[in-house]
Design a protein around this ligand. Structure first.
Ligand SMILES: [Cu+2]
Length: 366
């Protein structure tokens, strides 16, 4: 079982990413809808603020001609303990697995501050810019050099700074009755650093400050295409929708590697509990590849320094609340939060286990 999981490598996942029946099905629906494009019809219930996806979904809505939106989101993602494939493994089991690992990460938190702006030159086209500031923290346990399971100590590494910057164009291709569809054309610009260092505790007891493993870096180092397709439906007090998004790394970065390509499919439903309040439920599926190539300066006896221990599949369930300002000084303001919990995870190799994520956001349209 464990050996099977270890072989669940790069080529398998990469080819799976683009041949999944589900993916093909969705893409065909998109093509069908796109070929039946009807002229956009605007009705008053298309108010840009009252009809948004849960806050964890990016690029979910179009704006009307000339409309602006500014937003701030805070996200906190937590990882704890480790998986080998889908099975829990202890730090002692990891260092005894014959892989030469002597340091094990046990907890990680990633905080993200996202500042966004949207502007619509026309009813069909909305432009979007997102700038991110990241704060990452990872706790580790170090075992003594050689072999065995004697713990030498624990240490925490921290990095913070600007992450990658996202530009996107959202283009409406269908808008009739209760259904709307738009295409997402996203580009990620590598403004995040990929040479962050911090002090560590080695198995020999020394405390150098080398370049940190991949998950502690702030950016991908690559230009990435982020194409997607978003569907929105609304009827009475119900809203629902679905978004398919890919992340495609265009090249290796300057350090000689590329993070894995990614597929994300999410679907949600929300119900208007009051004119100013909606509650939502959302399911997300993510499939990502391991790292392609490697950074020669990341060379530590820890799983996170090895490109094969990245990517895999996960399924998450999120509950959300949206508060919408309807009149006076509150008009155009929206406050939302969403809490997401990981239901299932299959990791390539050995990885930390995803726990949960909290997103809180504020948006203002004018
Ligand atoms: Cu917006």
């Amino acid at each position: 079982m464990i050996l099977h999981d270890m072989k669940h490598g790069h080529s398998v996942i990469r080819s799976k990413l683009f041949t999944r029946p589900l993916t093909i099905g969705l893409l065909s629906i998109a093509a069908a809808l796109a070929s039946h494009t009807a002229p956009a019809q605007h009705t008053t219930d298309h108010h840009s603020v009252s009809n948004h996806a849960p806050i964890g979904v990016m690029g979910d809505h179009l704006h009307k001609t000339g409309e602006w939106m500014l937003s701030y989101r805070y996200m906190n993602m937590r990882m704890e303990d480790n998986l080998r494939g889908s099975n829990s493994v202890s730090p002692e089991e990891i260092v005894s697995a014959g892989l030469g690992l002597r340091v094990v990460p046990v907890e990680m938190s990633t905080e993200m501050h996202m500042f966004g702006a949207m502007y619509a030159p026309s009813d069909k086209l909305t432009l979007m810019l997102m700038v991110n500031y990241l704060e990452k923290e990872m706790d580790h346990v170090t075992f003594q050099g050689g072999s065995g399971t004697v713990r030498r100590g624990v240490f925490t590494t921290e990095t913070s700074g600007l992450g990658d910057t996202k530009l996107a164009a959202l283009y409406g291709v269908y808008d009739k009755d209760i259904h709307r569809v738009h295409l997402n054309f996203g580009l990620s610009i590598p403004t995040g650093s990929i040479d962050e260092t911090d002090q560590i505790l080695t198995p020999m007891g020394t405390t150098p400050s080398p370049r940190l493993p991949y998950p502690m870096q702030l950016g991908s180092g690559t230009y990435d295409l982020e194409p997607g397709l978003t569907y929105l439906g609304v009827k009475g007090k119900w809203d629902w929708g679905s978004q398919l998004k890919l992340t495609i790394r265009l090249d290796d970065n300057g350090e000689g590697y590329a993070l894995g390509d990614k597929l994300m499919l999410t679907s949600w439903g929300s119900y208007r509990l009051a004119d100013w309040l909606t509650g939502s439920l959302r399911l997300s599926y993510t499939d990502s590849d391991d790292i392609n190539g490697r950074d020669q300066n990341i060379n530590l006896p820890v799983q996170t320094a090895r490109p094969e221990n990245f990517g895999g599949e996960q399924l998450e369930l999120a509950v959300g609340l949206n508060l919408i300002g309807l009149e006076g000084a509150q008009l155009g303001h929206r406050v939302a939060l969403e809490y997401s919990n990981t239901l299932e995870q299959h990791a390539n190799g050995i990885q930390m286990e995803m726990q949960d994520m909290l997103s809180v956001g504020y948006q203002y349209s004018f």
